[in-house]
Design a protein around this ligand. Structure first.
Ligand SMILES: NC(=O)c1ccc[n+]([C@@H]2O[C@H](COP(=O)([O-])OP(=O)(O)OC[C@H]3O[C@@H](n4cnc5c(N)ncnc54)[C@H](OP(=O)(O)O)[C@@H]3O)[C@@H](O)[C@H]2O)c1
Length: 285
């Protein structure tokens, strides 16, 4: 098929690995690169070519997807890819980098002659593995047809929200909700403990009612079971809290609760829980 994009994906961590498998499964030619090559190697069995360098991965690609930790890691990967990047290639930036970060990357993309699509995602490890992410896409209309096969492979839904940078803004809004909910669950469970109430009883009484949410049961049970296998890593959540608070301050919005959430996540990070799931904030309550 001639209209299929050739894809390069930089960053095969928790999210990128699942995304890569689904891009390959959709039949799109795919090359992957990861700083720690060993993490990318299993993808060879799923039909991706594992490249030694970012430049080798992006050479000849129509679409370059970045799914790295933060803005600095995206900049570093693109610096490594520079020699292989052709002008006109579409950069689909899906890492959560914040408003200022998205602006920095838009400038870098322009310097490199790339078409910039800002497209962070909603969903954690499991939706990434299942190809069920929600893609918050923003950028030039002309790029849509080129990138849509990639979004169809990784997601169950794509929402186009305007010019590049708007996807990142919506992502911060959605993550402010996720972080508030998880911190709220941790606090309600610790309140139950403090009051001598069985914390399970809290999960049970809200179950199925208007106060419930799948996340309440999922993260609440994980907290009580002490199962902190990373799905949404606490280090990433702490980074995102900082990006949300920074964006809110720059925009003149008052986010008092999120500032406290940021402090709680920083406390859990300082306690050494960065490699665990965000639910591990409960350990420090
Ligand atoms: N997990 C989620 O639930 C979720 C959901 C939506 C969006 N996100 C966002 O998606 C992005 C990826 O998340 P993730 O959970 O997949 O993170 P992750 O598992 O921690 O993976 C991070 C990736 O970034 C790479 N990396 C870190 N620093 C780097 C550097 N200086 N240079 C080059 N590569 C570097 C890592 O490479 P190594 O393997 O070499 O360390 C790895 O490939 C983040 O921006 C996150 O906020 C995550």
């Amino acid at each position: 098929m001639t209209d299929q994009p050739t894809v390069a994906l930089l960053g095969t961590g928790t999210m990128g690995a699942g995304m890569a498998r689904n891009i390959a499964a959709a039949g799109l030619p795919l090359r992957v690169w990861n700083r720690t090559r060993a993490k990318a190697e299993p993808l060879a069995g799923s039909g991706a070519q594992v490249a030694d360098t970012a430049a080798d991965a992006v050479r000849g690609a129509t679409v370059v997807v970045t799914m790295l930790f933060d803005v600095e890691s995206v900049e570093s990967a693109l610096a490594g890819a520079r020699d292989g990047l052709a002008p006109g290639t579409v950069l689909v930036q899906q890492s959560t980098v914040g408003v200022a970060g998205a602006e920095r990357l838009a400038k870098l993309a322009a310097e490199l002659g790339l078409v910039y699509v800002d497209a962070p995602v909603l969903g954690t490890r499991k939706p990434a593995e299942d190809g069920a992410l929600v893609v918050l896409a923003s950028g030039p209309d002309e790029a849509r047809a080129t990138v849509q096969p990639v979004f169809d492979a990784i997601g169950s839904r794509t929402v186009w929200v305007g010019e590049a940078g708007q996807g990142t803004r919506l992502k911060l809004v959605a993550n402010s909700w996720v972080l508030t909910v998880v911190e709220g669950i941790a606090e309600s469970l610790s309140l139950a403990r403090a009051l001598g109430v069985d914390p399970e009883a809290f999960l049970d009484v809200v179950k199925g009612g208007a106060m419930d949410a799948p996340y309440v049961q999922l993260k609440g049970k994980a907290m009580l079971a002490g199962d902190f296998t990373p799905s949404f890593g606490l280090d990433g959540a702490a980074k995102d809290a900082g990006l949300i608070v920074e964006a809110a301050r720059d925009a003149g919005a008052d986010l008092g609760v999120l500032e406290l959430v940021q402090q709680h996540l920083a406390r859990a990070l300082a306690a050494g829980h960065g490699d665990l799931d965000l639910a591990a904030t409960y350990l420090e309550h």
